[in-house]
Design a protein around this ligand. Structure first.
Ligand SMILES: [Zn+2]
Length: 271
C-alpha cells in the first residue's frame, strides 16, 4: 500500500506554492476542500489567491480563515472595470488597513481585450500602485499585451515591488524589468508545444526571479483548454519548466519556493 503512494519522480522532497490561483472562484465551490487536500498531498503547500472585484473580498477573507493555506491578496482586476467604482479605491484602502493581504492585486492593464477602456484601466491601476506603496505591499500584476504600459506606470510611481503573473514579454522588455528586481510567474502557457518564444524566455530568466502558478480555474494545460484547470497541474507545470530549463524538479521548485516566500513574506513555519 505504502509503495503505491510514492512518487515516480524526484518531486517527493519538494514543497511549492501556487503563486497565482483563483481558488475563490465559484467553479470551485463544490470541490474546493477536496482539491486543496489533494494539492497539499502532492506538495503544494500554499496558494496565493488574488481577488478580482470588491464584491469578492468578503468571500476570499472567509476562505482564508477556513483554510490557512489560502493567502489572500486584495485588488481590482482590469477585466472587471465596468464593475469597479471610484469608491472601490477608498474601500480597498480601508480593507488593506484592516485585513491581512499578502499583496495588492490582481491589478494591471489588459490591451488584448479591445472593449476595455484604456483610460479607465489606467485610473484603477495607478491608484492601486499608490495603495501598494502606501501599505508597503508587493503588486500582483496582470499585463496582457501591455508590458510596456505596465512598466511605464511603475516607473512613474517609482515602485517596482511587483510580480507579473502568466508573464509573456520580449527578452528586451524582460531585461529592463529584471534590472528593477521585478519577478515573473509562469503557468500553463509554457506547456504549449508551439510557444517557442515563451520557451526561449523561460530559458532566459534566472531561477531567482521565477515563481509558478496555475491561474486555475482558467488557463488549463494544452490541449485540454475546455476543461477546468486545477491546482494539481502545478506539478506538471514545474516538471515541464524543468525540462525547458534543463534543471531538475527539486531545483526549480526549491528556488521558486524561496522566491515566492520572500516576495509575499510567507513565514517558513507556515506550511
Ligand atoms: Zn488571475
Amino acid at each position: 500500500m505504502a509503495k503505491s503512494l510514492s512518487f515516480s519522480t524526484k518531486k517527493k522532497n519538494s514543497n511549492v506554492i501556487d503563486a497565482h490561483i483563483h481558488l475563490d472562484d465559484e467553479r470551485f465551490d463544490d470541490n474546493r476542500g477536496e482539491l486543496i487536500a489533494q494539492a497539499r498531498a502532492a506538495g503544494i503547500t500554499q496558494f496565493i489567491v488574488p481577488a478580482v472585484t470588491f464584491s469578492g473580498f468578503e468571500k476570499l477573507k472567509d476562505l482564508s480563515k477556513q483554510y490557512d493555506c489560502i493567502k489572500p491578496s486584495y485588488g481590482l482586476h482590469p477585466y472587471f472595470i465596468t464593475q469597479h467604482t471610484q469608491q472601490d479605491i477608498d474601500l480597498l484602502d480601508n480593507w488593506l488597513a484592516q485585513n491581512t493581504s499578502c499583496a495588492v492585486g490582481e491589478c494591471g492593464l489588459d490591451f488584448f481585450l479591445k472593449d476595455l477602456n484604456k483610460d479607465t484601466q489606467h485610473y484603477y491601476f495607478e491608484a492601486q500602485i499608490a495603495l501598494a506603496k502606501k501599505h508597503d505591499l508587493p503588486l500582483i500584476l496582470h499585463a496582457r499585451g501591455a508590458v510596456d504600459a505596465v512598466f511605464t506606470a511603475l516607473k512613474q510611481a517609482n515602485y517596482f515591488n511587483a510580480m507579473i503573473h502568466s508573464y509573456n514579454g520580449s527578452i528586451q522588455q524582460t531585461k529592463v524589468l529584471l534590472d528593477k528586481g521585478i519577478k515573473f510567474s509562469f503557468g500553463g502557457t509554457i506547456y504549449h508545444p508551439k510557444a517557442h518564444k515563451l520557451h526561449k524566455l523561460v530559458q532566459y530568466i534566472p531561477l531567482d526571479a521565477i515563481m509558478f502558478e496555475t491561474d486555475a480555474p482558467d488557463q488549463n494545460l494544452y490541449p485540454n483548454f475546455k476543461e477546468i484547470n486545477t491546482p494539481l497541474n502545478l506539478i506538471k507545470i514545474i516538471e515541464h519548466y524543468s525540462q525547458l530549463k534543463q534543471t531538475d524538479f527539486d531545483d526549480s521548485s526549491n528556488n521558486a519556493l524561496q522566491v515566492t516566500r520572500k516576495f509575499f513574506k510567507i513565514p517558513v513555519h507556515d506550511s
